[in-house]
Design a protein around this ligand. Structure first.
Ligand code: AOF
Ligand code: ZN
Length: 480
């Protein structure tokens, strides 16, 4: 059964409207089509909120009996905070369901497809799989490893420095690049920095414009050196703030604990490794706290520890057209490093851009470039229908800067082996755990840019009616 790509594109665009709101859940969009017309659509608007499929069903303008549903992620078949979407789809008498990504959540993992097929619904998997997978690398990583997806981000000069020899670093990047970083902070649930960054810059580590969605702040501070008058401590009662310190801290450091607590800082006591916080137990702890994704903003020792322990999924670099020089000037990754060229960490470029102001933005996924895996799509059925056969409202443009990298991701939608279902976990889990699927790019959230950026307009009447304006992640009210 052929699918019409434009409806899945529409579902993907809707899913992106949930950016910054749904974690640790996935971004999901759904569109219901009957006789070549969209009769319902919706997306997952926030954690604990109805799933995309039910949002679409709630927006129906006519009966969905015999209709088709396009959904970016396999519908769930379990009861969590929400009832199973498969039940709602069956209730509505929907005839065909086109699915983008499979859901690697062990509670779903093929059971959604199985349940629908058992009840006679035609299910086509692997429809625009790569594009749908690109929505949810953070979710896929988190749900399969129970650790946060880590993005290492830094700004450096052309000679690879993150500060001058005197430690000055404000600002390496231009305005536009810095605005984009604030956009990234809106995309990930948490930011992590080393104590050196706090001591040197006394940063706020918020996104400055959307305070309701400022990410959780995590400071790695082995010896609990954090000053009580630092901005992060002073604002800890308003913005969730954690300090990860050694569980073997000195008595002097321990004496600070009550004052930090009083200020609202939560101290996480973590084992040490080589004189620093051991990153693996820290990531386990953050995963337990349901932090699904983290942007690490350095410095060099924290970056090294994360990279060395294989905890980084992607690296985003802003290179400024400047040279600092100086043998003692800091570089983005310090620590002990590797001895041989062959030991270098391999990464592959998935996206790059020259930004206004001359900074170069580059995004890399850790690991060698994956090979195309054509077998993972439901090739029998997931053929796109010729376009233009059906008239419908054109899909809205995604917000600027929010684009999909067109590199491949790995075996995300293996066809379901019916005999394995239900209750049997599929072996496709392994593929998901790797850091090689392509994440959705962050919204471009630059200050200057935002003035010019067109508002995100939902061209479909249905969604405009159903979704309230304050759920639009780009409806920015607060400005610097
Ligand atoms: C869908 N559509 O829009 C979402 C899904 O606690 P709950 O009930 O919200 O369940 C969360 C799980 O449901 C999540 O881990 C994922 O497996 C699925 N999320 N599924 O079909 C949606 N958000
Ligand atoms: Zn669901």
């Amino acid at each position: 059964m052929a699918y019409d790509a434009k409806y899945m594109e529409r579902a993907i665009k809707l899913a992106k409207l949930g950016i910054g709101r749904v974690d640790p859940n996935p971004l999901v969009g759904a569109v219901i089509v009957k006789d070549g017309k969209i009769i319902g659509e919706g997306y997952h608007t926030g954690y604990g909120m109805p799933h995309a499929e039910r949002e679409a069903i709630n927006s129906l303008t006519e009966s969905a009996r015999g209709a088709e549903m396009y959904v970016t992620l396999e519908p769930c078949a379990h009861t969590g905070k929400q009832p199973p979407c498969t039940a709602a789809i069956l209730d509505q008498g929907i005839r065909t369901v086109y699915i983008g990504s499979m859901d690697p959540n062990p509670k779903v993992n093929g059971r959604g497809v199985w349940t629908l097929r058992q009840h006679g619904v035609e299910v086509v998997t692997g429809c625009m799989r790569k594009e749908c997978d690109a929505l949810n690398p953070v979710y896929f990583h988190y749900i399969t490893t129970k650790r946060p997806y880590v993005v290492l981000k830094y700004a450096m000069t052309l000679d690879g420095k993150i500060a001058t020899t005197t430690g000055a670093s404000r600002y390496i990047s231009g305005d536009f690049a810095r605005g984009r970083v604030r956009g990234m902070r809106n995309q990930y649930p948490a930011i992590i920095v080393g104590i050196g960054t706090v001591l040197a810059d006394d940063p706020m580590l918020d996104n400055r414009r959307q305070k309701d969605r400022t990410p959780v702040r995590i400071i790695c501070d082995t010896h609990l050196q954090i000053p009580l008058d630092s901005k992060v401590v002073q604002t800890a009662s308003k913005i969730e703030t954690y300090v990860a310190a050694s569980e073997r801290m000195s008595e002097e450091a321990k004496a600070k604990l009550p004052q930090l607590k009083e200020a609202g800082v939560q101290v996480l006591l973590i084992p040490e490794k080589d004189g620093h916080i051991d990153m693996e137990p820290l990531m386990d702890k953050l995963g337990e706290m349901e932090i699904s994704g983290i942007m690490s903003e350095g410095g060099g020792n924290l970056s090294w520890s994360l990279l060395r322990d294989g905890l980084v999924n992607e690296v985003v670099i802003f290179t400024a057209p400047k040279i600092f020089g100086g043998i003692t000037a800091m570089t983005p990754v310090e620590g002990e490093g590797v001895n041989f060229v062959e030991d270098a960490l391999p990464l592959h470029l998935v996206e790059s851009e020259v930004l206004p102001g001359g900074d170069i933005y580059a995004r890399y996924i850790v690991g060698p470039e994956p090979e195309e895996d054509e077998d993972s799509v439901d090739v029998e059925t997931a053929e796109p229908r010729p376009i233009a056969k059906i008239q419908s409202t054109p899909a809205p443009q995604a917000p600027d800067g929010f684009m999909d990298a067109d590199a491949s991701s790995k075996n995300a939608s293996a066809p379901i082996a019916m005999e394995e279902m239900p209750g049997v976990q599929s072996s496709q889990d392994d593929g998901w755990a790797e850091a090689d699927s392509i994440p959705a790019h962050m919204p471009q959230d630059d200050d200057e840019d935002a003035e010019d950026a067109p508002p995100v307009e939902l061209e479909s009447r249905i969604v405009t009616e159903v979704l309230s304006a304050d759920l639009n992640p780009f409806n920015i009210e607060e400005r610097d």
